[in-house]
Ligand binder design. Structure first.
Ligand code: SF4
Ligand code: SF4
Length: 87
């Protein structure tokens, strides 16, 4: 689980739910680059081999917890923790 310390509420990562669709990378890069460019996203999804989860999902230090990736993840692998709530 990665919780970068900056603006919005923390984003909880449930990598075991990730299907590798890359929508999070696309949406994040659209926000910053105004184009679909996963290489410029503040979140990184990688396929793993022989691990408990099939993918690793990491938010980097450039992430300000805007929550766009969590709102668009179709599999519930990214959950923005609301005030006083869990996920
Ligand atoms: S919370 Fe916002 S800045 Fe951080 S990875 Fe998700 S879309 Fe990108
Ligand atoms: S949008 Fe969700 S399911 Fe798709 S790659 Fe990102 S974390 Fe995984």
């Amino acid at each position: 689980m990665t919780e970068p310390a900056k603006q919005g509420p923390p984003i909880r990562v449930h990598a075991e739910r990730c299907a590798g669709c890359l929508i999070c990378e696309l949406r994040c890069s659209l926000r910053f680059e105004k184009a679909f460019n996963p290489g410029r996203a503040r979140i990184r999804v990688r396929r793993l081999v022989g691990a408990e989860s099939e993918y690793s999902v990491e938010l980097d230090e450039g992430c300000d917890r805007c929550g766009i990736c969590a709102r668009h993840c179709p599999y519930g692998a990214l959950v923005q923790v609301k005030e006083g709530g869990g996920a």
